[in-house]
Write a protein that binds this ligand. Structure first.
Ligand code: HEM
Length: 502
């Protein structure tokens, strides 16, 4: 395996730059007798940088691993085979088993792949489709071309501000039910945070889509999805590393994957039927059926509708649950951030439940969630296949090559972030200095950006605000936290934390 790289940046020291600009602003402010919010912002950033918590991350290799070592490492974990330099390089190419994979690792290159040349890099890799087809059929996540375009157009309208506002009541109600349940537990109880957040978000998406409660089915669907991901593990390793489809490594567990998919389909069918019995006037399912009837394009078949619902159901809960789980862990290790967030929630809500209108008044809570997704992007690797031959930075990209955009690398890239591995929500607080959307992309970017981006953001802020109003979660001393990265990135194990009343 050969690794080549391209790094045009010299050794820029960001802390130095920050000090320099911070001091300049301070001096100018003092001279003019003004107090700029930028000054305040810089000062807070500098203070935070002294004390910021650096959560554990997988070991970075001094140099790039060889082909076999990369494969073995990736099979265990997709985040553990990167070298230190991968967080500094701009463009990388690898050759594994005679196949090329490329990694676009700057905002300019991400823009090129996801926007400028979107038609060439629209398709998910065949390996990804093969891995997800038993579960998602021809659903939005893996379809492309005209089919994807028609379906995306039809569904975009179901995720606009007006709809999210309507769904937000379900978000707060469901989180409030979880808070009620927590309140009924003895003080100091242990909570399995990963499954609690999974139950919360799967219940929210089920009620939004079908108007029906998942109840007991929540645990079953979460387990079935975990089984599915485990079964396709080998397939997605081949997918991300661009290995040829014929390699048998991917077919070993297809039987298990299909069985897990059938369990999920049965539960979703059951919940749709429950929704139909109870009337589902105000559900996303009903909106989708209505939009389908109004559609001037090709109408979606009954099976297609079911596939789209499964995509929304699956894509609509696991990512948010993983990010929320990391939030509780990071807050438990960052008392200053936790105190700031509590103060904001108490001040804005004064003890009442949050509503959609409160979200814009909870910027620090939102920043905590955004910073969490920077450090732990729920979808850490985005993979595409080049349709036609292309040239990037004078390098030939053969048709069929795998092109990776890796939020895991971009979100911690040495050239773009101060203290890239530290938890500093303040970096999202300056409205005039938002991170570049081609650098910070937990929801991806371009035409295939996550359709549920606003849904997920509003849901997370409302859930955090509802739960953190009355509770904090602490980590028993000596607990080592690590991650698990399959299709998505989550804490490994149950993430057992102690529940405390505030
Ligand atoms: C924190 C929460 C979420 C994160 C971080 C997230 C992230 C992502 C990312 C990165 C993609 C692009 C994947 C790729 O290009 O390979 C994506 C696609 C998608 N997401 Fe999300 N997502 C979240 C929540 C949601 C929610 C709540 C829904 C639905 C209610 C949803 C539905 C979808 C769908 C349908 C797609 C496929 C879009 C297409 O290809 O046109 N997501 N998501």
């Amino acid at each position: 395996m050969h690794l080549t790289f391209d790094s045009r940046f010299g050794p820029v020291s960001f802390p130095y730059l920050l000090l320099l600009t911070g001091n300049l602003i301070k001096v100018t402010s003092a001279f003019l007798g003004l107090c700029y919010s930028a000054d305040l912002f810089q000062a807070t950033m500098l203070m935070m940088m002294d004390t910021a918590f650096v959560p554990p991350y997988p070991k970075r290799h001094k140099s790039d691993l060889g082909g076999i070592a990369t494969l073995l490492s990736a099979k265990r974990d997709l985040l553990s085979f990167w070298s230190e330099d991968s967080f500094r390089y701009q463009f990388m190419s690898r050759r594994i088993l005679n196949r090329s994979i490329f990694i676009a690792n700057t905002p300019e290159l991400v823009k090129y792949v996801f926007v400028t040349q979107k038609d060439n890099y629209e398709s998910k890799s065949p390996q990804m489709r093969k891995a997800l087809e038993p579960l998602l059929g021809d659903g939005l996540f893996i379809s492309d071309g005209e089919l994807w375009k028609n379906r995306r157009l039809l569904q975009n309208g179901l995720f606009d501000t007006h709809h999210i506002q309507a769904y937000s009541q379900i978000m707060t109600d469901t989180a409030a039910e979880m808070a009620e349940h927590w309140a009924s537990l003895p003080a100091g109880s242990s909570v399995g945070v990963l499954s609690a957040m999974g139950q919360l978000t799967s219940e929210i998406i089920a009620r939004t889509l079908f108007g029906a409660r998942l109840g007991q089915d929540a645990a079953a669907v979460i387990h079935a999805f975990a089984d599915y991901q485990a079964a396709i593990e080998q397939i997605h390793v081949t997918n991300f590393l661009g290995l040829p489809e014929w390699i048998p490594i991917g077919s070993l567990n297809m039987g298990k994957a299909k069985a897990a998919a059938q369990r999920i389909h049965a539960i979703v069918d059951h919940v749709i039927a429950k929704g139909e019995q109870g009337g589902y006037e105000h559900t996303l399912l009903n909106e989708l059926l209505a939009a389908n009837q109004r559609s001037k394009g090709v109408a979606i078949s009954r099976e297609g509708i079911r596939n789209e619902l499964i995509v929304l159901f699956m894509a609509g809960h696991e990512t948010t649950a993983n990010a929320l789980s990391w939030v509780w862990y990071l807050l438990s290790q960052s008392p200053d951030s936790e105190a700031k967030m509590h103060a904001e929630i108490d001040r804005v809500l004064g003890g009442r439940l949050p509503a959609y209108e409160d979200v814009s008044n909870l910027p620090y809570t939102r920043a905590v969630f955004e910073e969490t997704m920077r450090l732990y992007p729920p979808v850490p690797i985005l993979s595409r296949q080049a349709k036609a031959e292309d040239t990037i930075r004078r390098r030939k990209i053969p048709a069929g090559s795998i092109m990776l955009v890796v939020p895991w690398l971009l979100h911690r890239h040495r050239d773009y972030w101060e203290q890239p591995d530290a938890f500093i929500p303040e970096r999202f607080m300056d409205v005039n200095k938002r991170p570049d959307k081609f650098l910070y992309l937990p929801f991806s970017v371009g035409p295939r950006v996550c359709i549920g981006k606003m849904f997920g953001m509003v849901e997370a802020v409302l859930a955090i605000a509802t739960l953190a109003q009355h509770f904090r979660l602490s980590l028993p001393q000596g607990t080592a936290i690590t991650h698990e990265c399959r299709l998505t990135l989550r804490p490994r194990g149950a993430l057992a934390m102690r529940l405390e009343r505030r």
